[in-house]
Design a protein around this ligand. Structure first.
Ligand SMILES: Cc1cc2nc3c(=O)[nH]c(=O)nc-3n(C[C@H](O)[C@H](O)[C@H](O)COP(=O)(O)O)c2cc1C
Length: 303
């Protein structure tokens, strides 16, 4: 059975991608499975210069999920291109670089650096990180700012496929989605994490040094499904679903509400082999559903 999907110029051999920040730079997961089998590898969010991220406790487990306040720690774009990218199987699996800029100029510079790198399949613009003071979510909360970032990156990235990753922390996700589609986005991915907090009643301390972090995992899946459903009904570009996906059934739930592909995030922390296992399970699940391909199932929710 054929599970190929097209996202902009990219042809993915299956709809399973790794969510940024939960799969390192890809190479860390080599001991757990064959990276060439993945639909796509989305690497940790990269900035122009290396970032140490936030200090102190940055991860807290919660019922059905986790909070993080990493603050986009990364090695910087140049170190990634030199030290990681050459060793990734880019000829077999598209490598998607998740980008973070503090301002529009940084986004533009990053996109220009990647424009002529044949090893890079696509760019995912992160305008949705809740854990940084500048940039991040602030770009993703207003349709015209989101559109502006998208336009600038799209122009600077030349023919590269551009995916815009949306924040769930907005009143009207459809307005943001429409604005980035009109600004030239090739695809939209959603959702990033939802701000939350956890505290210890005995010590009276917050569990995260940053106090507030981003919630991910199964706890956010119903919110993600609702938003993917709304966005898929609003735009004509492919939508990539993210949020709490932890099984092959979850993957098909997102496709049922209209997603072309999905990203698997926090679930890789619980089981680092999960992405590879889910890919193996796709044909059996399709058989159970009585379908011959994804096209006939996508968006076919009885609603
Ligand atoms: C530890 C951690 C780090 C993350 N780092 C990034 C990042 O660098 N860029 C980004 O766009 N999203 C980042 N995310 C968000 C995930 O890619 C994903 O959107 C979110 O976790 C929801 O999916 P999930 O419920 O499957 O984890 C991070 C999430 C976690 C848990």
């Amino acid at each position: 059975m054929n599970f190929k999907v097209k996202i902009g110029n990219l042809v993915l051999k299956n709809p399973i991608l790794t969510a940024s920040g939960t799969f390192g730079y890809g190479l860390e997961f080599e001991p757990f499975g064959d990276l060439k089998k993945l639909g796509g590898i989305i690497v940790k969010g990269l900035s122009l210069l290396p970032r140490p991220g936030n200090p102190g406790d940055r991860i807290a487990e919660t019922p059905c999920g986790m909070l993080n306040s990493i603050g986009l720690e990364n090695i910087g774009i140049n170190a990634f291109l030199k030290e990681k990218l050459p060793y990734l199987p880019w000829k077999h699996t598209p490598i998607v670089v998740n980008l973070y800029g503090e301002d529009l100029q940084e986004f533009e510079k990053l996109a220009k650096i990647l424009a002529n790198k044949e090893e890079i399949g696509a760019i995912e613009i992160n305008i949705s990180c809740p854990n940084v003071k500048k940039g991040g979510m602030q770009f993703g909360q207003d349709p015209s700012s989101a559109a502006r970032v998208c336009e600038i990156v799209k122009k600077a990235a030349e023919s590269k496929t551009v995916i815009v990753k949306l924040s769930p922390n907005v009143v009207d996700i459809k307005a943001i989605a429409k604005a980035v589609e009109d600004a030239g986005a090739d695809s939209i991915s959603l959702i990033n994490t939802i701000p939350g907090m956890a505290v210890n009643p005995y010590t009276r301390m917050p569990k995260l040094t940053n106090i507030i972090g981003g919630l991910s995992g199964p706890a956010i899946k119903p919110i993600a499904l609702r938003m993917v459903y709304e966005v898929a009904q609003t735009v004509n570009i492919p939508v990539i679903g993210i949020g709490g996906i932890a099984s092959v059934e979850d993957v098909f739930e997102f496709i049922l509400v209209g997603a072309h592909a999905v990203e698997i995030g926090s679930a890789s922390f619980t089981n680092p082999k999960l992405v590879f296992e889910i890919i193996k399970e796709l044909p059996t699940m399709a058989k159970k559903l009585g379908i011959r391909g994804l096209n006939e199932y996508r968006g076919s929710l009885y609603a």
